[in-house]
Design a protein around this ligand. Structure first.
Ligand code: FAD
Ligand code: FES
Length: 278
């Protein structure tokens, strides 16, 4: 019988620095059969671990269309993530998953799409954004609104430039504290509303970032005419099992690991007030 708690070894193929505290790891499963069969959807996460140190949920940031490797963008915040930042190419990490639901994809075809992220909130959206670009003609206009504390802390700097060149796509960036040479916007992500024509046009909004950002973004989206059911949010909760067994990640009757991490705003509104994650 398959033991769901046993992780699989994966070797680090490359490491890219995103900022002073964030790195993107590309890993490849040692077992070829597993590498071929590991399928996932944008928005899902994996439980990553290092033996003797710990385990944590991390979003799969690579696109499912790119076969043969997985990518994870990790900010060093605690025990496991700091240890991961010490690893080198050729080292082994352990992976189990994929877990959780996914961002809606088929359901939003032909709609305008709005991706709104703060800080480390872009990695969970990158897989979806690249999947949408792989089928660009099947969607309406695309706007990506992304903010971070400083220009250095923006993830995927080169990719942001390449997204900007895609047809009918607008990438708007903002930072809280500009550095020398920064020519973009300064202010929280909602200040980007005034830099572009934000109209709901029946489109879908995808939101990921710190809880305070999510709260203000939802307020603006509702004010702009977005319907609760067309606003998708990825939530974070402390997790242990990742598979709906331990109860660590519950919000009211829902478990973020299996019913989420993606919820519509209509679902979040139903959560008990004191347990709302945003
Ligand atoms: C679905 C999902 C997807 C995620 N995707 C990503 C991702 O793509 N990239 C990424 O970098 N992170 C991601 N995270 C967040 C990541 O899982 C956490 O930051 C995780 O805790 C890191 O593990 P750690 O052992 O390094 O840190 P921990 O030791 O768990 O510490 C993390 C932070 O929380 C504080 N902390 C520790 N324990 C507690 C506690 N009991 N109560 C309150 N605060 C505490 C620590 O001081 C530290 O600041 C995701 C989380 C979820 C739920
Ligand atoms: S992490 Fe154990 S139930 Fe969700």
């Amino acid at each position: 019988m398959k033991n769901e708690y046993i992780p699989y070894p994966a070797v680090i193929e490359s490491i890219r620095d995103e900022s002073f505290d964030t790195k993107t790891f590309r890993v490849v499963f040692q077992d070829d059969a597993l590498a071929d069969s590991f399928s996932y959807k944008p928005g899902q996460f994996a439980q990553l671990s290092l033996l003797g140190i710990g385990e944590a949920p991390i979003s799969i940031t690579s696109s499912p269309c790119k076969q043969g490797f997985l990518e994870f963008t990790i900010r060093a915040v605690g025990r496991l993530t700091h240890a991961m930042h010490q690893l080198k190419k050729g080292d082994t990490i352990y992976v189990r998953g994929p877990y959780g639901n996914s961002w809606p994809f088929e359901e939003v075809k032909e709609k305008d799409l709005y991706f709104i992220a703060g800080g480390i909130g872009l990695p969970p959206l990158r897989s979806l954004i690249n999947s949408v670009f792989d089928k660009r003609e099947e969607f309406g206009r695309i706007k990506i609104l992304y903010g971070s504390k400083t220009p250095d802390e923006l993830c995927f700097k080169e990719e942001l430039k390449s997204w900007q060149r895609i047809t009918d796509t607008e990438v708007l960036l903002t930072v809280d504290k500009p550095e020398e040479g920064w020519k973009g916007n300064v202010g929280v992500v909602t200040t980007l509303w005034d830099k572009t024509d934000m109209t709901s046009s029946g489109g879908a909004a995808y939101v990921c970032g710190p809880p305070i950002m999510i709260r203000f973004v939802i307020e603006r989206l509702i004010g702009t005419g977005f319907k609760d059911e067309n606003i998708y949010i990825s939530l974070e909760r402390y997790m242990k099992c990742g598979i709906g067994k331990c109860g660590h990640c519950n919000i009211g009757p829902k478990f973020v690991c299996i019913h989420g991490p993606v919820f519509t705003y209509s679902q979040i509104k139903e959560f008990p007030e004191k347990e709302k994650a945003i």
